[in-house]
Design a protein around this ligand. Structure first.
Ligand SMILES: Nc1ncnc2c1ncn2[C@@H]1O[C@H](COP(=O)(O)OP(=O)(O)OP(=O)(O)O)[C@@H](O)[C@H]1O
Ligand SMILES: [Mg+2]
Length: 247
């Protein structure tokens, strides 16, 4: 009998992934595991390839080389996405639906029943006014729309949350609310991979961060490790050193 602890199956395993658009290489031979229960922040300058990596993961675009597994299944198998909830970078719900209809539709896709009280409570937690349940989403402000997307994601009861710039358009109060909600996901052992340009958020939320730069992974480790590596007092300065610029 072996006494060794079995190694955890990664939620995501990215093995040797490369992606180019025409002659432009965006991702170059990436290797990365996302372990269960971890909160990983994917950071990088505009155009670094964060959204492209997410699109590759979701099989929205083909890989040039390598493979991706989600919960041990090939990423192109639709079953690999059964336990995943995704919020896109530019979230635009169908304009003719009301807030309630949108949430009901999204829960239906996940095979879940719509529950009015649970949805009202989530709207409350996100600071989204209850009247948004009845209003058409075309009348929502940018931040309200973002909160609606987050509400649908967080109500999905999935195990892995993949959020591309989830804090976009949120006011400071809403950012605090979202961070609290993410904190409860962490307590439930859920896994999070998200992109953000706010290194303060990364430092606050993540136990792991990945810096994407020049098509490759310039750093992978804890935010504290990045600061220590470059002996900088802030994550922002360490990030700039990591990508070889001072701003
Ligand atoms: N469908 C596409 N066709 C051609 N080039 C693309 C396509 N999608 C992305 N790119 C290019 O790939 C590069 C990476 O884009 P991507 O959207 O992944 O960056 P990002 O890191 O998410 O940036 P941001 O922080 O601005 O969201 C950019 O140079 C972009 O122009
Ligand atoms: Mg992006």
């Amino acid at each position: 009998m072996s006494l060794s602890t079995p190694s955890l199956q990664p939620v995501v395993r990215i093995s040797g992934v490369s992606k180019r658009f025409g002659s432009a290489v965006v991702l170059r031979d990436l290797w990365l595991d996302i372990l269960p229960g971890t909160f990983t922040g994917l950071v990088g300058i505009n155009g670094a390839g964060k959204t492209t990596l997410i699109k590759c993961l979701l099989d929205f675009c083909s890989l040039d080389t390598g493979k991706i597994e989600i919960f041990g299944l090939p990423h192109h198998s639709h079953k690999s996405r059964f336990r995943l909830s995704f919020l896109p970078e530019r979230f635009t719900p169908p304009h003719f639906l009301s807030g309630r209809e949108f949430v009901r539709t999204m829960l239906g896709i996940s095979g879940l029943a719509y529950e009015e009280m649970v949805t009202r409570s989530m709207f409350n937690d996100l600071g989204l006014h209850q009247s948004a349940l009845d209003k058409p989403v075309r009348s929502f402000s940018k931040g309200m729309t973002q909160k609606l997307g987050l509400a649908a994601c967080l109500l999905s009861q999935r195990d892995f949350f993949l959020l591309d710039e989830p804090m976009t358009g949120l006011d400071p109060a809403a950012r605090v609310r979202v961070k609290n909600l993410l904190g409860s996901l962490k307590a439930k052992g859920k896994t999070l991979l998200f992109t953000s340009h706010s290194l303060a958020d990364i430092e606050e939320i993540c136990d792991h961060m990945v810096v994407l730069h020049g098509g490759g992974i310039a750093f992978s480790g804890t935010p504290r490790d990045l600061r220590n590596k470059f002996e900088e007092p802030t994550l922002e300065l360490a990030f700039l050193r990591c990508i070889g610029t001072d701003g």
